[in-house]
Design a protein around this ligand. Sequence first.
Ligand code: ASC
Length: 159
Amino acid sequence: MKSTHLLGAAILGLSFAIPAQSVEVEPAMSEKHANAYTEYRQSVFTLLKSNIGPLGAMAKGKMEYDTDLMQTNAMRMEQLAGMLSDYLRVDTSNYDLDSDAKASIWQNFDDVQSKITDLKQAAANLQNVAQSGDESKFRQAIGNVGSTCKSCHDDYKKD
Ligand code: ASC
């Protein structure tokens, strides 16, 4: 192996070994700040929902499998998941807002971030599975993305 390849392999190895940078919780500074962040947070979840909707319909057989759409939506979900920490880190629990977020999000933020990482990985995996074209794996890969949504909702979303 050429030394440049070895260096590349070493960098790649490192990037997998180092966990995602931990993001600190910050209390909202005012009601205006809390309102703004609640809106941003909900916007990201709305977009996640709009992207998983068709994927769920495919997994349930209500829509034909479309691997291009699977790749596109899974890529979007991976990117949206990458924004979640930044929009979730502002603790709005001291304000009486129209929100389904449980205050425990901000008391367990390391766990929340680990669930976000699970979503990112499941969305990345779905892109690979869609690209492979192996239809026998589509349903499971979509289901795995949905499970990461559910896992966080079970703990941190009000009923
Ligand atoms: C969806 C959706 C979720 C997840 C979850 C999976 O389609 O909107 O939140 O899947 O229900 O169990």
